[in-house]
Design a protein around this ligand. Structure first.
Ligand SMILES: Nc1ncnc2c1ncn2[C@@H]1O[C@H](COP(=O)(O)OP(=O)(O)O)[C@@H](O)[C@H]1O
Ligand SMILES: [Mg+2]
Length: 331
């Protein structure tokens, strides 16, 4: 049996570069246990160079050959499929998927259009609302000018504390709390350093729940909701990744009503079909005063051994390794 050549891409140079390097280790370990695969891991560094494991530079040409970047006569390796294990730019943002689509290379995960919509927290909310999925009250702005600032201040008057977020970011970077009587101007300016649009949301003090949504045995699977228990009620970059973090997680959130679980399952299913999610996603919710709201959709969620996506999948009775195996065989 001929081996399949799998290109495992990681890094990307965004604020989530380092997380991607941890996720890729787990994917690699799973792939190594599967037969008939020839896995080539390439890290896209902060300068956009594609580095192989020996540090040699590569490029993926328009015929799908992974070749030496230098013109050294290397005929290259024909890649059969790619796994873009990149959180944030240029993976979860849909950019690299556009290139795979152009060169007709099969890959794991959501298509470029869906990825782009879901990576932008504003377009996600517009779609969610249109699909009948409740989400936090919000405003969004394209520039910091007096009229937009007035809109944000009126929003603050109505809703109290707010969360200001760069539209297209992850890992809580460019995401800030502003108390109800504080001027939001400088915070909005900071958020604009990260993204061309800024989202302003009502601040809740919610429970943070999430589900793994994935295809297994040819069917859509939605896991039981897990929970992120963050004592500060703000799941910041430090809370996510520092060893000092006070946050704990559970793959089985306690004391949920049947109705709350059903709402999350229904919302996840609506979003999966309505936005054409594919293969895998983690969908995050808030539970506030008994009501479920969508927070965000992660089209390439963290995949480290302690990440919620693989843990919730495994609690749901499916091994992440088997999930990879099924999709690699079918792509
Ligand atoms: N509207 C909100 N009310 C209360 N907390 C929020 C709100 N939005 C975000 N947060 C807090 O900030 C964290 C990061 O926000 P999120 O939108 O999930 O961005 P990221 O994509 O960076 O994870 C959330 O996990 C939550 O703890
Ligand atoms: Mg989040």
């Amino acid at each position: 049996m001929t081996k399949k050549n799998v290109l495992l891409l990681c890094g990307g140079g965004s604020t989530e570069h380092e997380v991607s390097l941890v996720s890729v280790k787990h994917i690699k370990a799973c792939l190594e246990s599967l037969p008939n695969l020839n896995v080539r891991t390439v890290e896209i560094d902060k300068n956009g160079h594609w580095l192989g494991e020996s540090g040699k530079k590569y490029l993926l040409d328009a015929k799908g050959f992974l070749r030496s970047f230098e013109q050294d006569g290397d005929p290259g390796l024909k890649i059969d499929m790619a796994i873009p294990c990149i959180h944030g730019y240029p993976g979860e943002t849909g950019d690299i998927q556009s290139y795979f689509e152009m060169i007709k290379l099969p890959y794991l995960g959501c298509n470029s259009e869906t990825s782009k919509i879901c990576f932008n927290k504003i377009t996600t909310k517009l779609w969610a609302t249109a699909l009948g999925v409740a989400n936090t009250p919000f405003e969004f702005i394209a520039e910091l000018n007096p009229a937009n600032l007035d809109r944000v201040k009126s929003f603050q008057k109505i809703h109290g504390d707010i969360v200001v977020k760069a539209s297209s970011q992850g890992s809580s970077v460019g995401c800030y709390l502003v108390e109800k009587d504080k001027d939001p101007t400088e915070t909005i300016r900071k958020a604009f350093h990260y993204s061309p649009f800024v989202l302003v949301e009502k601040r809740f003090r919610p429970r943070e729940l999430e589900v793994s949504v994935y295809e297994f045995n040819g069917k859509l699977q939605i896991s039981y909701p897990g929970e992120i228990i963050c004592p500060s009620k703000f799941y910041s970059y430090e809370e996510k990744y520092s060893s000092e973090s006070q946050t704990t997680t559970s793959t089985r959130a306690e004391h949920l009503t049947e109705e709350q679980i059903k709402t999350m399952t229904d919302y996840a299913s609506k979003l999966y079909h309505g936005l054409k999610l594919r293969h895998l996603s983690r969908i995050d919710f808030f539970l506030d005063s008994g009501v479920i709201y969508l927070n965000e959709i992660n089209t390439f969620p963290g995949l480290t051994p302690i990440s919620m996506f693989p843990k919730m999948m495994e609690a749901n009775g499916h091994l992440f390794k088997d999930f990879l195996d099924q999709h690699i065989r079918n792509l």
